[in-house]
Ligand binder design. Structure first.
Ligand code: NAP
Length: 320
């Protein structure tokens, strides 16, 4: 390992979190098990899933098989899952986590995230006006029961996170947000640093596969046209300079920003490629070149939150 390239960061509760994990959104149950096995054999120790990815069961099976084969121990792994919008509704969180634990075949998760700050009913036809403070009280309770070693949020804005912190209960250990070359989240990163919260980047590669996402009802989401991070000229130039791929440059840039990340792949070669980022270093000038990008475009607008009293991106929508 080169200096300044940690394989893990430390959460405010003192436990390590791997800087690189495997993302599994859009990884179907019939392929995710092989991806998880390839990742763990390649050296990944963090697996990121969520109830709404509908693949916890297959991930749990793959992990259990590896543990039985002696490839890895449960305590060496860091499993993250997330409560969907119906699971953060009043009284729903603990039973929801119990169900996730059963599917994942484990007694605890290393990190449990509120996937969104907005509660809805089961089929998302009704908004439930629960405050982020009430949501966080449920996370505090499951943390105190030991069902999740760490707790955090995803897609919450800074004001919402501050409200959770001001309760003086369990602190927010992690904030998982969209973050990539073309959406660098500098303010969010500074806020989290100030409050000792580890940031996890999602869509670090620019989520090129998002356009293929199918809703459970077979429908498709509309995605605004956006430039592709892996096609960025500076990224391509640095890839050539360092003998690496554009994906590796994007991941390495994120690593050197002091963040954690969870690139998704179900392709064994790309899973390995995304892990091969600990053997080179971007120079100060390389980093400055990448930090200087003028584009800042959110890809994941989470439009379903619009009109909800806890819509995290309401201010951004007003500016459009
Ligand atoms: P991403 O990791 O930026 O991109 C994944 C896409 O890039 C897939 O289509 C993958 O295809 C492709 N890919 C992977 N490695 C590659 C490489 N080396 N070269 C070229 N293409 C490559 O996007 P993401 O999946 O949207 O985000 C990552 C993870 O973050 C998710 O899987 C999920 O765990 C999490 N996430 C969380 C939220 C949230 O609301 N909290 C939202 C979105 C995502 P192949 O599989 O074919 O390799």
């Amino acid at each position: 390992m080169m200096s300044g390239t940690p394989h893990s960061l430390t959460l405010s509760n003192g436990t390590p979190i791997p800087t690189l994990g495997l993302g599994t959104w859009q990884s179907a149950p019939d392929v995710v098990g092989a991806a998880v096995k390839a990742a763990i054999k390649a050296g990944y120790r963090l697996i990121d899933t969520a109830t709404c990815y509908q693949n916890e069961e297959a991930i749990g099976t793959a992990i259990l098989e590896l543990i039985k084969e002696g490839v890895v121990k449960r305590e060496d792994l860091f499993i993250t899952t997330k409560a969907w919008t119906n699971e953060i509704a009043p009284g729903k969180l603990e039973p929801a986590l119990e169900e996730s634990l059963k599917r994942l075949k484990t007694d605890y998760v290393d990190l449990y995230l509120a996937h969104m700050p907005t509660a809805f009913n089961d089929d998302m036809t009704e908004k439930i006006a629960v405050s982020v403070e009430e949501i966080w009280k449920q996370f505090d309770a499951i943390h105190k029961k030991g069902l999740a070693k760490a707790v955090g949020v995803s897609n919450w804005n800074e004001k919402q996170i501050k409200k959770a912190l001001d309760l003086n209960l369990t602190p927010v250990h992690v904030s998982q947000v969209e973050l990539h070359l073309y959406f660098p989240q500098n303010e969010h990163v500074a806020f989290c640093k100030k409050h000792n919260i580890i940031v996890t980047s999602y869509a670090t590669l620019g989520s090129p596969g998002r356009v293929d996402f199918q809703l459970p009802n077979g429908g498709k989401l509309e995605w605004a046209p956006a430039p592709q991070d892996m096609e960025d000229q500076s990224v391509k130039d640095l890839a050539k300079k360092h003998g690496k791929t554009p994906a590796q440059i994007l991941l390495r840039h994120t690593l050197q920003r002091g963040l954690t990340m969870i690139p998704k792949s179900t392709n064994e070669a790309r899973i390995q490629e995304n892990h091969d980022i600990f053997d080179f270093q971007l120079t100060h000038d390389d980093m400055a070149k990448l930090q200087g990008t003028q584009v800042s475009q959110r890809l994941f607008l989470q439009d379903f939150m619009e009109g909800h009293p806890e819509d995290a991106f309401a201010d951004e929508r007003l500016k459009k």
